[in-house]
Design a protein around this ligand. Structure first.
Ligand code: FES
Length: 199
């Protein structure tokens, strides 16, 4: 039997799972990074850690959605053209700009680290000691740094990642955030756990 649930994370490190049949969003629309998620793992798929399917039709530009896969949070960000264009300017400040040492499917070994540049899909686990990085997408976010280009910030020990999940130099995290295997299905679905049949 299929089950649907929304996963809501107010930006903190814990997850609150709320059983519901609708896709939900939490957070102030204009200022905070809202979170919304839905997934439809079968009971068997969940037990085996198999692929999960997420409806991304309601994900707006600049939003972060979290989907649970294999007991970990998968971050899905719908990036704007400006977010994508800015990635090139980060290169000199990154530890592994070409993702040579980091973990991702072959299709994500590019600057956007994505199958479709518009959608960034990452394992939401810091490569230092496993905390959950926060989405800090606003350039110049004072809670990170005045020259912050936008990306992810890990509050545990201060690791910083750009909007492709690439780690900046001089932080404790050694590698870029992992890109899981994924593909796109029909009707605006994202299938996490399967890299084949990608659209
Ligand atoms: S766990 Fe993220 S910086 Fe240490």
């Amino acid at each position: 039997m299929s089950a649907e649930a929304d996963q809501v994370d107010g930006g903190r490190r814990h997850f609150l799972l709320v059983a519901t049949s609708a896709v939900g969003a939490v957070g102030a629309v204009a200022t905070a990074v809202p979170f919304l998620a839905s997934w439809r793992p079968s009971a068997r798929a969940k037990a085996l850690g198999g692929p999960v399917e997420a409806d991304i039709s309601k994900l707006q530009v600049g939003e972060l959605m979290k989907v649970e896969w294999r007991g970990q949070a998968i971050y899905v960000v719908r990036r704007s053209e400006a977010m994508i264009a800015k990635l090139a300017s980060n290169k000199a400040n990154l530890r592994d700009p070409d993702s040579a040492e980091s973990d991702q499917p072959d299709f994500a070994k590019n600057e956007a680290r994505a199958l479709k540049p518009e959608y960034l899909v990452l394992v939401g686990v810091c490569t230092h000691l496993g905390c959950a990085p926060l989405g800090k997408f606003e350039p110049g976010d004072a809670t990170v740094a005045a020259d912050w280009p936008g990306g992810f910030y890990c509050p545990c020990h201060g690791s910083k990642f750009d909007l492709a999940g690439r780690v900046f130099k001089d932080v404790p995290a050694p590698l870029n955030l992992t890109v899981p295997p994924y593909s796109f299905g029909p009707n605006n679905t994202l299938i996490i756990g399967v890299a084949t049949g990608a659209a």
